[in-house]
Design a protein around this ligand. Structure first.
Ligand code: ATP
Ligand code: MG
Length: 312
């Protein structure tokens, strides 16, 4: 979904304004601003040491920000900490669990600390994360993936508006990752939950998130919708006459054409127009040698934007 085209008013659940963090005179986070909406899965992507975990920890108040403002559900993390935390669930460090209790008992302990969490709500969470069959087993018998699921159930119990997950798929197998992705998407869509998720797995970000912020050395270098990345892909044409082809396409179709070489151009056009474009080019006497879809991926973009980075 593009940022401005939606006619439905979306509610901002998380807002960062010029957030900075200095540790021992070193500025680690250099002024991050972003808004995250209800029902949106927002990815945080960056190389090791870029500042993802530090930012997430500031959002949930595990560490203080040096400068700037963070609001969750409209409440300032600095001024209204308790209220701000009411609408956020998170898994940043290992979720706290009692290994010698069952999954169900763990959830009950947590429920007893919050107001108004019914047995039905706990059951609902268990089924949402797909742990029905193992919920009465002791947590020490759980696999990593099962613990992750229990962690998510814990984080969601108090019906947060925002869920924050730092590298949640670390250690999950491909099937686990795929199920996790579906769970996150369904939570965003069905519970209108905003999700902020950091991950190194680019392919994963591409299928799971609506928008991605690329973070590098403590700054956001780009925020892009995954849809935009797809749109940036374009179509490569190898033709007999690039100038003429460019003119024909731009005069008759929506989009732009960039000449890339003596016989090559890239057309940023609607893919659906390709057959008509081909026909038109042919009719105008331009011979097409080759047409191919560019596969510009999030990975390409990420590497372009973070090229040459090393851990400092
Ligand atoms: N307590 C601290 N003291 C000193 N430096 C710190 C501290 N916490 C974080 N840093 C530094 O801040 C930078 C950002 O670290 P952070 O953990 O946020 O990165 P990250 O993006 O989460 O990386 P990764 O992908 O490896 O998890 C790193 O250079 C790190 O060494
Ligand atoms: Mg980290």
């Amino acid at each position: 979904m593009s940022e401005n085209s939606s006619s439905i008013e979306k509610t901002v659940v998380l807002e960062l304004t010029n957030v900075k963090k200095t540790i021992r005179k070193k500025e680690i986070i250099k002024g991050i601003s972003l808004s995250l909406y209800e029902g949106e899965v927002f990815g945080f992507l960056g190389p090791n040491g870029a500042g993802k975990t530090t930012t997430l920890r500031m959002i949930v108040g595990l560490i203080r920000m040096t400068e700037g403002e963070i609001k969750i559900g409209g409440y300032s993390v600095k001024k209204d900490f308790v209220k701000a935390m009411e609408s956020v669930g998170c898994i940043i460090e290992n979720p706290e669990m009692y290994d010698y209790l069952s999954g169900w008992e763990n959830l009950k302990v947590l429920a007893s600390m919050e107001k108004g969490i019914t047995k039905e709500r706990i059951k609902e969470m268990v089924s949402l994360v797909g742990l029905e069959k193992r919920i009465d087993d002791k947590v020490y018998t759980y696999s990593l993936g099962m613990k992750q699921r229990l962690g998510i159930a814990q984080a969601l119990m108090k019906r947060p508006k925002l869920l924050i997950l730092d590298e949640p798929t670390n250690g999950l197998d491909p099937a686990g990752i795929s199920e996790f992705r579906k769970l996150i998407r369904s939570l965003a869509e069905n519970e209108n939950l905003g999700v902020l998720v950091s991950s190194h797995i680019l392919a994963e970000m591409e299928v799971m998130t609506d928008r991605v912020a690329i973070i590098r050395q403590g700054s956001i270098v780009k925020v892009t919708s995954v849809e935009n990345i797809v749109r940036e892909k374009g179509i490569t044409y190898v033709v007999s006459d690039v100038e003429k082809a460019k003119a024909v396409i731009e005069e008759n179709f929506k989009g732009q054409v960039h000449i890339k070489g003596s016989d090559q151009l890239v057309a940023i056009i609607n893919e659906k127009d390709v057959p008509d474009i081909n026909q038109k080019l042919f009719a105008e006497g331009v011979l097409i040698q080759y047409v191919s879809k560019n596969q510009k991926s999030l990975e390409d973009l990420f590497l372009e934007l973070t090229a040459g980075d090393e851990i400092v």
